[in-house]
Design a protein around this ligand. Structure first.
Ligand code: ZN
Length: 163
């Protein structure tokens, strides 16, 4: 007996990337591009959601690593599981110093000139829109939407995305 409206079996879902359910330990940390970060940050893409233009990832950030200057083109939520992360320079210069365990919300158009790991750690984040990496004068370098994130992750894992 089949249940109406039930999603197709997991075997047919398997070709998709990423999957609806992910055991995080089964994924391999991949380098987050050095065009957008420094200090050896790695990531795991957990999900993309084309219907809302969102994507969800985990990041592993060694002590002293940082993300390059960027703007959140949509809001985002993060959970810092370990470590200490300075957002926009940290609280000593008017930004935020997140000390794990910590939750944070970044509004649409939040600009982060410096996101720096005073103490290495990991965080989980859902981006409801692209991240735009920018030069110091605000001109764009690259826009990372769910599609670019998915393409990068697929390439790093030697997979192709089914059309
Ligand atoms: Zn940011």
């Amino acid at each position: 007996m089949t249940v109406a409206g039930r999603p197709q079996s997991t075997t047919t879902m398997k070709a998709k990337l990423p999957q609806d359910y992910t055991h995080v330990g089964d994924l391999t940390w991949q380098p987050f591009p050095e065009a957008f970060s420094e200090g050896g940050i790695t990531w795991k893409l957990l999900n993309v959601s084309p219907e809302v233009g969102g994507w969800t990832a985990m990041f592993d950030c060694p002590t002293g690593s940082s993300f390059n200057r960027h703007i959140h083109m949509g809001p985002g939520e993060y959970f810092l599981m370990s470590g200490v992360m300075e957002v926009q320079g940290g609280e000593h210069v008017g930004g935020v110093t997140a000390v794990a365990p910590a939750y944070g919300y970044e509004p649409c158009n939040a600009r982060h000139d410096r996101t720096y790991f005073v103490e290495g750690g990991q965080f989980y984040m859902t981006f409801l829109g692209p991240l735009q990496f920018i030069n110091d004068d605000g001109t764009p370098i690259a826009v990372i939407s769910w599609e670019e994130a998915q393409g990068l992750w697929a390439a790093q894992n030697g997979q192709s995305i089914p059309g």
